[in-house]
Design a protein around this ligand. Sequence first.
Ligand code: 5GP
Length: 236
Amino acid sequence: MSEGNLLYKGKAKSVFAADDSNVLSVVFRDDITALDGLKKNTFEGKGACNAKVTAYFYPILEKNGVPTHFIKSVNETTQLVRKLKMIPLEVVVRNRAAGSLVRNYGFTEGQYLEKPIIVMDLKDDSRHDPMINDDIILALKFVTETELAEIKRLALLVNKILKENLAEKNIDLIDMKLEFGKDNEGLIRLGDEISMDSLRLWDKGEICASMDKDIYRKDKGDVMEVYRKTVERIVN
Ligand code: 5GP
């Protein structure tokens, strides 16, 4: 991939122009960050692990009625995706309390939620991704009311599909972060990735038995050993 075609370098992925102007080429790098990018490392094979899980889930989501940006994998770290106009929101869906829900609101770690909770954060590292609400989203004209309802419907559908899929592998989907965008026909599609960087996964039945980026965030062990094991559990 020529650096000349580089359109955008994120914290863990790079986006390149492709031959078709409606298509982008996404490269999952081995970089990993936490604390708004203050903590940074590179682990060989990490990009391939996340790309593999993303390439596994997106076709399953499409088959189950979730429009996504995913077209196909080119190699173990590169994927072709539809170009979307990304909506600057981090859509977090939660099934059990962990992370910021415990820190900020006094839930008990691991507490089961009666129904999934959706939390929307503004995607803006310089402002530390503050929580945002419907009225602010609409006032900033990120989306219309109908589109916001569609994002929430899709987020809950993704959650249901993933939760059931992972439960079959004895993995508990605690929460996850999703990002959406609009294609050139105005259809809301799931963009970004679904991987150990964006999912919070616990080995079933155990509190905080992390199988995801919390290993890195909280210095809980060998990141690559955990990522590789999680990929094996999910994909095989
Ligand atoms: P929390 O709000 O508890 O920190 O995170 C909730 C969920 O969203 C976790 O699964 C976490 O991995 C994901 N998440 C929250 N913010 C980000 C982010 O900026 N980047 C990524 N990759 N995931 C995030």
